[in-house]
Design a protein around this ligand. Structure first.
Ligand code: FCB
Length: 446
């Protein structure tokens, strides 16, 4: 393998957000209700009863937010399209005003020289679809492909990269298996059909997007590598079960056309489904935050693993372990596992929450080390072509409400004032140097 030095000049430096977390305006211009609106109304679901009715008011303030992205010198913006704005009931009639909003947004990106990388589904499922079974219902996959076609017919001429789903693992695990995210069902392994139906929706959407003229297509998968609690065979087996259920379940069908060993039968998988799911994609999106400690389950547990801490490493404000080298290993493992079947990778999310200070040296250190880990993987021959910081703005962090602060830009939720943090200037300088160095403390080894 020819040694590569650093990032290519056309590397896609960007930032990422999602509709539900920033837009607000949940009742405006004909938007329908999503599962997350419903979930926020259920007592006890969201810390301190927060909801996303206003969020960052991005629906009204988007020109200012796009200016902030342009001010970074970034090349690309990953945002998401709210399905309930486009198709309020999840099927049937299109809400023109909803589609118009995204039309203006992609025009606004083009005016600023930014590439549009929309995600079609970042967890805000139209409530009427959930009422019909949500992702437990196979039919939702077909509805998703119809919605994808509607959006692409309008925007395909200006979209650089389509991202079908965001983190189907989290929807399955947190939404349907553990019940801590919308729609709040605790089906444990009974939630496996939601993985398959999302993947099927992805595959059907790939073909619908191509038919509508999409240029490049990706999925954004979360990779949370398991770190076995010890070398005991029970812990190693639990770590393998975790990796199969939460990581490889979402890449093997797409890149190999098979499921890994999930330890249970999959009666909901029909003939031909895996061919649909394995439709070629142009980019694999990798969202990475941290590894997780995994130990053998206790007697009678519903799952074949137990999640534990990763000992001896620092943690972010949310308590997530900081292990930059695990990102390098994820990238190398993907290359080993899929070989020539692995498309170019983009890191579609990477970031951390710390307290709300503007002098956020911890975030700079975190990002510097994670960019360093990607650079190391590139130099070891992995084809990585983009990196999107999560997130441009502080935003509504799901069940944690507004408490975690992930933004390069601080948001004052009383006034909606945006104030760039030190990490914003660091990232701007990093981008300006082609990924060689940022301002502040740069160059630390991962
Ligand atoms: C990811 C989600 C994103 C954000 C970050 C912190 O799992 O895709 O919306 O909440 O975590």
């Amino acid at each position: 393998m020819k040694p590569v030095s650093g990032f290519s000049p056309d590397f896609q430096w960007g930032v990422a957000t999602s509709a539900f977390q920033i837009e607000g305006a949940t009742g405006e211009d004909g938007r329908g209700v999503s599962t997350w609106d419903t979930f926020c109304r259920e007592p006890g679901r969201i810390r301190d009863g927060h909801n996303a009715d206003v969020a960052c008011d991005h629906y009204h303030r988007w020109p200012e937010d796009l200016d902030l992205i342009a001010g970074l010198g970034a090349r690309a913006y990953r945002f998401s399209i709210a399905w309930p704005r486009v198709q309020p009931s999840g099927s049937g009639p299109v809400n023109a005003k909803g589609l118009d909003f995204y039309d203006r947004l992609v025009d606004g990106l083009a005016e600023r020289g930014l590439a549009a990388a929309p995600t079609l589904y970042h967890w805000d499922l139209p409530q009427p679809l959930e009422d019909a079974g949500g992702w437990m219902n196979r039919d939702t996959a077909a509805r998703f492909a119809e919605y994808a076609a509607i959006v692409a017919e309008r925007l395909a001429d200006r979209v650089e990269l389509w991202i079908t789903l965001n983190e189907p693992m989290v929807v399955m695990a947190y939404g349907y298996a553990f019940g801590v995210f919308a729609p709040g069902q605790a089906l444990m392994l009974g939630a496996l059909p939601t993985a398959h139906h999302q993947l099927l929706g992805h595959g059907l959407a790939v073909s619908a997007l191509r038919d509508a003229g999409a240029r490049r297509i990706a999925i954004a998968n979360n990779h949370t590598p398991a770190q076995a609690a010890s070398d005991r065979p029970e812990d190693l087996a639990a770590a393998e079960a975790f990796d199969n259920l939460l990581n490889w379940q979402f890449t093997d069908p797409i890149l190999r056309g098979v499921y890994p060993d999930l330890g249970v039968p999959l009666p909901h998988v029909r003939d031909g489904d895996l061919d649909t799911i394995a439709a070629p994609i142009d980019v694999l999106g990798v969202n990475y935050y941290s590894p997780v400690g995994v130990a053998a389950p206790s007697e009678g547990d519903a799952l074949p693993f137990a999640m534990t801490d990763v000992p001896g490493v620092p943690v972010t404000g949310m308590g997530w372990p900081v292990v930059p080298d695990a990102l390098r290993r994820v990238l190398l493992t993907l290359r080993e596992r899929y070989g020539a079947a692995l498309p170019p990778i983009q890191i579609t999310e990477s970031g951390c929450s710390y307290d709300e200070s503007l002098e956020d040296q911890h975030r700079i250190d975190y990002l510097d080390a994670h960019v360093g880990a990607v650079r190391a993987a590139v130099e070891e021959g992995v084809d990585v072509r983009g990196y999107y910081v999560w997130s441009l703005l502080d935003n509504f962090e799901w069940a944690e409400g507004y408490h975690p602060r992930f933004g390069l830009v601080h948001v004052d939720y009383e006034t909606q004032a945006r104030t760039p943090r030190a990490s914003y200037r660091w990232y701007r300088d990093l981008i300006g140097s082609g990924g060689v160095r940022g301002g502040g403390q740069a160059g630390a080894a991962p």
